[in-house]
Each structure stands twice: as C-alpha cells, then as structure tokens.
Write a protein that binds this ligand. Structure first.
Ligand code: HEC
Ligand code: HEC
Length: 295
C-alpha cells in the first residue's frame, strides 16, 4: 500500500516536472497590443502616452552626460578625428586615420562619433557631409535618409520607386516633410503601430532576403531572427545601385553570395558601374581615393 502510494507520488511529481519543463521550453512571445494608432504613423509623440516606459528608455538616447558614455562614445559629442584631447573615460579608441581613409568621399566630412537614434535627423541636418560636400550644392541622393527616419515608405509611395531614391537629399529636409525630433529613427522603424509586433520597413533588407530565398516571409521568421533583422535594416554593409543596374541610387545589400566579408567582396567584383578606372573594370567602387588612386 505504502509502496503503491510512493509510486503514485513519484508519478505525480514526475508529471508535474514534465509539465513545468514543457512550459519552460514553450516559445516565449512578446506581449500583443491593439492600439488606436494609424498604420502609417511615424511620429514618436504618437507612441509616447501609450507606451510611457518604452518611451522613457528611448529618450535616454538624448542624454549627453558622462553617465551615458559607452566604449563607442554613447550620446557624448566626442570627435573621433581628434587625437589631441584625452579620450573620454570608457572610450576605446580615437580613429584619426578615418579622415585620410575617407578622403574624396562625403564620409571624410565630420565622421565623428556614434550618437543615439533619437539624434539621427538632427545630426544629418547639421553635418558638413550634407551641407558642405560638393559646396553644399546637394550632390547626395534621398537614399541617405534611409537609416534616419521611418518616413521612407511614405516618401517612396508619394514619389514612386523609380524617382525617390535618386531625388535630391535636401528636398526632404523642410519642416513640412520631416520633424527633427518626432520623425527620427523611432518605434515605427521596428514596430507595426497597430499591434506593436516587430516589422521591417527597409526595402533593401526585404529585397535581399527574398533574393536569397524566394519563399522568405516575415511570418515564417523566428522571433530571435526578427530581433536581429530590425537592426539589420540599418547596421549593415550596403551600396547604392549604379544607374546602369536598376533603380538608380536604391540601396542594395551585397548578400547574394553570402554574408561573410569574402563573399561580399566577390559579389562586388561583379556589380560595377558602367565606367571604372583601368584595372577595376566591371567591379563596384564607391569612389577613387585621390591620394592612393585606388577604388
Ligand atoms: C530599433 C528597433 C526598435 C525601436 C526603434 C523600438 N523598438 Fe520596441 N522592441 C524592439 C525589439 C527588438 C523588441 C523585442 C521584441 C521581442 O522580444 O520579440 C521590442 C519590444 C517592444 C515592446 C514589447 C515588449 C514590452 O516591453 O512590452 C514594446 C511595447 C515596444 N518595444 C515599444 C516600443 C516603443 C514605444 C518604441 C518607441 C519609443 C520602440 N519600441 C522602439 C525593437 C525596437
Ligand atoms: C532606421 C535605421 C536604424 C535602425 C533600424 C537601427 N539603428 Fe542603430 N543607429 C542608426 C544610426 C543612423 C545611428 C547613428 C545616429 C547618430 O550618430 O546620430 C545609430 C546608432 C546606434 C548605436 C550607437 C548609439 C550610441 O549612443 O553610441 C547603437 C549601439 C545602435 N545604433 C544599435 C542598434 C540596435 C541594437 C538596433 C536594433 C535593435 C538598431 N541600432 C537599429 C540607425 C539605425
């Protein structure tokens, strides 16, 4: 009797353990929401009252006190090109060589420091790279907005895919087109405003994923992969389509042969613009470096 009882208890606790471990491995999910926001909402302020906690954390991007310093610079406006002043505490390295490496290319202007997402539009509107490159005559395409704001899908729709990317950057900098604080990289870049589910709005990322796997879909993507892909909308290697190879200036990810540097290099070898300096025929290049003469 007591033996049977003990056996029953073991079975029972065994079942309980099984149930717990089953619950433990069940797929965890982010909470689901149903908001009153419009599907095309891109203003940070619209999310503020609905999600005060997430908003408060996002707003920490604006802090510039030393408490927010990371080894990459945090929100502190420190100059990467300046090797004279002592490095701020926690900052791993200055990169004074960047100016020389980027010579002849817009990035040589004010390649200074990483700052937070909330400051991206403010920074791009005040940077010499836009305002002084080519004597400020606006030689940069609208593509440069891609990683700064959630407004891109709307702007593409207004202009058409064929026209938007190669249109002039400065056309979109007016107060009517973009609000510096409200439409910098924000919730709408990564979340569907109606449900707050993760989403991607980057055309270049979607294109690259479908080229690699024609059956690719967001619904079939795992939660972890989604959490990576939202960042891969911007923190990736990309290039702008040369005019002879499709929609001019549309961003492309060079992932068709794989995502390792060697595979990306091999891809670039085959995706050059119509003209290239001698020795570089057929290969993609961003610009010719004026000192080394290398692409
Ligand atoms: C750069 C991308 C990105 C931005 C910008 C972003 N989020 Fe998120 N958010 C995420 C990721 C990734 C998760 C985790 C999702 C998961 O675990 O499945 C998340 C989770 C959430 C969640 C669900 C988890 C929770 O805390 O309840 C909410 C709500 C949320 N974010 C709100 C916001 C709001 C509001 C903003 C703007 C102030 C914002 N997010 C900005 C990427 C982003
Ligand atoms: C829409 C484009 C975009 C997306 C999406 C995006 N980033 Fe960024 N991120 C940027 C840009 C642009 C900057 C630099 C802003 C500046 O310097 O003004 C930046 C800066 C950063 C920095 C440096 C901030 C600092 O204070 O030093 C980190 C870290 C970062 N991003 C991480 C992430 C992570 C993690 C994700 C995904 C959850 C993500 N980003 C998604 C565009 C993006």
């Amino acid at each position: 009797m007591s033996k049977t009882l003990r056996y029953c208890m073991v079975v029972a606790s065994g079942c309980a353990l099984l149930a717990i471990s089953c619950a433990g491995v069940a797929e965890l999910k982010a909470p689901e929401y149903s908001t009153s926001l419009a599907p095309g909402e891109t203003r940070l302020s619209a999310f503020k009252d609905l999600f005060p906690e997430q908003y408060r954390l996002y707003a920490r991007n604006n802090l510039s006190d030393l408490d927010t310093m990371t080894e990459y610079g945090g929100a502190v406006n420190f100059d990467k090109n300046n090797d004279q002043d002592p490095l701020p505490e926690g900052y791993r390295n200055a990169q004074p060589y960047l100016k020389a490496l980027w010579l002849g290319y817009p990035f040589s202007y004010e390649y200074r420091a990483a700052r937070g997402h909330s400051l991206a539009v403010r920074d791009i509107l005040h940077i010499d790279r836009i305002n002084r490159y080519g004597d400020g005559k606006g030689q940069l395409p609208a593509t440069c907005w891609t990683c700064k704001t959630p407004n891109i899908p709307r702007w593409v729709e207004e202009q058409s895919d064929a026209k938007f990317w190669s249109s002039e950057f400065n056309r979109y900098r007016t107060a009517q087109r973009i609000d510096m604080e409200d439409e910098s990289i924000n919730c709408a870049n990564c979340h569907d405003p109606r449900t707050m589910e993760l989403r991607i709005i980057s055309a270049a990322l979607k294109d690259a994923l479908v080229r690699r796997d024609p059956d690719w879909s967001w619904e079939k993507t795992s939660r972890n992969e989604k959490r990576t892909l939202v960042c891969a909308q911007c923190h990736v290697e990309y290039y702008f389509t040369p005019a002879n190879q499709g929609v001019a200036a549309k961003p492309v990810y060079p992932w068709d042969k794989g995502r390792d540097p060697e595979q990306i290099y091999a891809y670039y070898d085959e995706h050059g613009p119509a003209s290239a300096p001698k020795g570089f025929e057929g290969k993609f290049y961003d610009w010719v470096h004026p000192v080394s003469g290398v692409c």
